[in-house]
Design a protein around this ligand. Structure first.
Ligand SMILES: [Zn+2]
Length: 376
């Protein structure tokens, strides 16, 4: 009836990054490729990680992670891995760096083209355990990719696809809230709304997994209490710790499947003409999806309302819209710079996205277009 797995080894505490060297050693690895982005390097976080973990200053670093990871960047990462004589991959960054690191580890041992490993193209059976180990060190509290089975990548032909397999789960996640204290308020809000969306969508997914539902509701409550505090004061380590835990909880549970918010934010995130943040997109799309799903949600909306501290029959769409606005996030796709003429194409992509199967209410192309229009 259900496949329920919770297997990731997780080191979770302020200062946990000091354990990176020992965790690599336990995996039998001694020459990691650190996959990150230039912003993380410029913020001094890579120096901080190297110093705390005892890795040599000469450790191989690939800092070419784009805002949304791409097939080209994955190939460039593989070249850096080979050039450095590496035996493992350490992701240091947000969801993009972690997803890219997963793709680099995949392509080190799995021959191209990359597209054949995409979930919707039958990739699940082609991804094997024969891959170098990956350790994920998140520097945002949002994606949950550090414990997730998926990597999202934009292919050369423009499609943004999910690469999903139990073998894509990092061997170890090192969750150190101190690494998130320098994250600017806007990114704290945006990545935090990704967590909120993960907890809501995975809770609403119709798949049978009460374990995931309990964790998702706890994560949602934790996130809505902590996120405004983390946005107001980035150095509030208690709020940062709760956000990192909520992101982890969202990531642990979205094995149950996400929903229509992610069906639409995936193709929008793949647009080449405009760079759109995944979490901000989710915050903007969430109210329209909550309204659309209401007829199928039943008692689950009452449980969400309770967690949010609202009356049982409260308008969740309205509450989440106000919550995101109070965090300083934009309210519409037009405010984010999305051109209106892409909406029909985005609706076509959304209906084929891997998250669509677990939306609680069946959504056709016309439904997606209506939700995109309502969010515009
Ligand atoms: Zn997400």
């Amino acid at each position: 009836m259900a496949l329920i797995t919770y297997l990731t080894r997780i080191q979770f505490e302020a200062g946990a990054v000091r354990l990176l060297g020992a965790e690599l050693e336990a995996l039998g690895a001694s020459a990691p490729l650190i996959v990150t982005d230039r912003g993380i390097v410029a913020a001094g976080i890579i120096d901080q990680v190297i110093a705390a973990s005892g890795l040599p200053a000469s450790v191989a670093v690939f800092d070419g992670t784009p805002e949304n990871p791409t097939e080209a960047a994955a190939h460039a990462g593989v070249e850096a891995y080979r050039a450095g004589g590496c035996d493992s991959v350490v992701a240091v960054g947000g969801g993009s760096a972690i997803d890219l690191a997963k793709a680099v580890a995949l392509l080190v041992t799995h021959d191209g083209p990359l597209a054949q490993y995409a979930a919707i193209l039958g990739g699940l059976d082609r991804i094997t355990a024969d891959k170098p180990p990956v350790i994920a060190v998140p520097t945002t509290a949002g994606t949950g990719s550090e414990v997730g089975r998926a990597a999202l990548l934009t292919l050369e032909d423009g499609r943004k696809l999910g690469f999903i397999s139990p073998h894509m789960i990092p061997s170890v996640a090192i969750c150190d809230p101190e690494l998130t204290t320098g994250l600017p308020a806007y990114l704290t809000a945006a990545t935090g709304m990704d967590t909120v969306t993960h907890c809501i969508e995975t809770y609403l997914s119709p798949r049978y997994n009460p374990v995931a539902e309990a964790i998702a509701l706890d994560g949602l409550g934790r996130a809505v209490r902590a996120l405004p505090r983390a946005v107001a004061d980035g150095r509030d380590i208690a709020a940062r710790t709760d956000m990192m835990m909520a992101a982890l909880q969202g990531g642990l549970t979205f094995q149950k499947g996400l929903g229509a918010v992610h069906s639409m934010s995936h193709p929008l995130g793949g647009l080449k003409t405009v760079k759109l943040h995944h979490g901000t997109l989710n915050a903007v799309l969430l109210p329209a999806v909550l309204t659309f799903n209401r007829p199928e949600a039943g008692r689950k909306y009452e449980a969400i309302a309770r967690v949010l501290g609202l009356e049982p029959n409260a308008d969740l769409a309205d509450a989440l819209r106000r919550f995101a606005a109070d965090l300083g996030l934009p309210a519409t796709l037009s405010a984010m710079g999305v051109p209106r003429d892409v909406l029909p194409e985005m609706a076509e992509h959304a209906v084929r996205d891997h998250s669509t199967a677990t939306n609680p209410r069946k959504a056709e192309v016309g439904d997606f277009l209506a939700m995109l229009e309502a969010s515009y």
